[in-house]
Design a protein around this ligand. Structure first.
Ligand code: PSU
Ligand code: MN
Length: 286
């Protein structure tokens, strides 16, 4: 099985593209030979896999909350609905026995974290849940180097597919070289089995760079990023609003190009996650 998050649906992509996108991610996992489970909280109930009409309602609901791990108990107690972030999805998936999870980009350390302490709970949860997350690295709205340092502190294993250059979501190469590259789902499955045998408490981040031909134009990327960061500061956006604000700023100013690239990236991650899940299911237990 491959878990899919739902904050990308409720807060990461514009409506109505988000509905089609969510279905597309599920279909891609299925076509790649695994079973998708989109995770969300609906009327206070944790769902490991949602029905098509539930997905549509969640994607269209303005009231849907952005639920990180610490928000889950409140949403459940109050009967609320929301999209689960990477942190909440990783927690719920691993409790449900799902070992592989596909997303677009994970959260990380924000650029001004030295002052704000703004670091996504995604990192801490990846340090404590035995799950393999496939992402295209992290978006350059974040401090990528600091994010990698924190992943090291938290003992999260980091692997990059096909290269040692860690990707920056819309760009194939962040300029940062990490220690390990892998070139197949089977290789990741072998690392997962070894991690199981060691009882490592945390997870594995598999960074899957988009093909260079699909990259966002660098100049546009850099300009929009600088503008988005300035706009967030000018609007005094803080806390859990900051990531959705920056994503929306960039999406709405590239007339859909960055959304199309975004979708292609997630589909690529779904395919690799399905390959890893199949290989892990087939690998002999150590
Ligand atoms: N980064 C993206 N797209 C997203 C997110 C992050 O490129 O949709 C979402 C994910 O659900 C991630 C969450 O877990 O934002 C992180 O939010 P925060 O920075 O508030 O922890
Ligand atoms: Mn934050």
């Amino acid at each position: 099985m491959v878990a899919l998050e739902s904050t990308i649906i409720t807060h990461g992509l514009p409506h109505p593209e988000n509905v089609a996108a969510a279905r597309d991610f599920e279909r891609t996992v299925t076509e790649s030979g695994a079973v998708p489970a989109t995770i969300a909280v609906l009327d206070g109930v944790v769902r490991i896999g949602v029905e098509s009409d539930q997905l549509e309602a969640l994607a269209g609901a303005d009231s849907a909350l952005k639920l990180s791990a610490r928000d889950l108990p409140v949403a459940i107690a109050r009967g609320a609905s929301g999209g689960t972030t990477v942190a909440a999805t990783a927690l719920l998936a691993s409790q449900a026995g799902i070992r592989v999870f596909a997303t677009g980009g994970i959260g990380g350390v924000h650029r001004n974290a030295g002052e704000t302490f703004d670091e996504s709970a995604d990192l801490g949860i990846l340090g404590s849940c035995p799950i393999t997350v496939v992402s295209a690295g992290v978006k350059s709205i974040l401090d990528i180097r600091a994010t990698l340092e924190r992943l090291e502190s938290l003992s999260v294993t980091v692997l990059v597919f096909g290269t040692r250059q860690f990707p920056a979501f819309w760009l194939a190469d962040s300029g940062i070289r990490v220690d390990f590259s892998i070139s197949s789902g089977a290789e990741v499955a072998a690392v997962m089995r070894a991690a199981d045998a060691l009882r490592l408490p945390g997870g594995i981040l598999v960074a899957n760079p988009l093909p260079e031909s699909a990259e966002l134009d660098r100049e546009t990327h850099d300009r929009l990023l600088a503008e988005a960061l300035d706009a967030a500061q000018a609007a005094a956006v803080t806390g859990k609003e900051i990531t959705p604000f920056l994503l929306d700023y960039i999406h709405s100013r590239t007339s859909g190009t960055s959304v199309d690239v975004n979708l292609e990236i997630v589909r690529g991650n779904c395919r690799l996650a399905a390959e890893i899940a199949a290989a892990y299911a087939a690998a002999p237990t150590g």
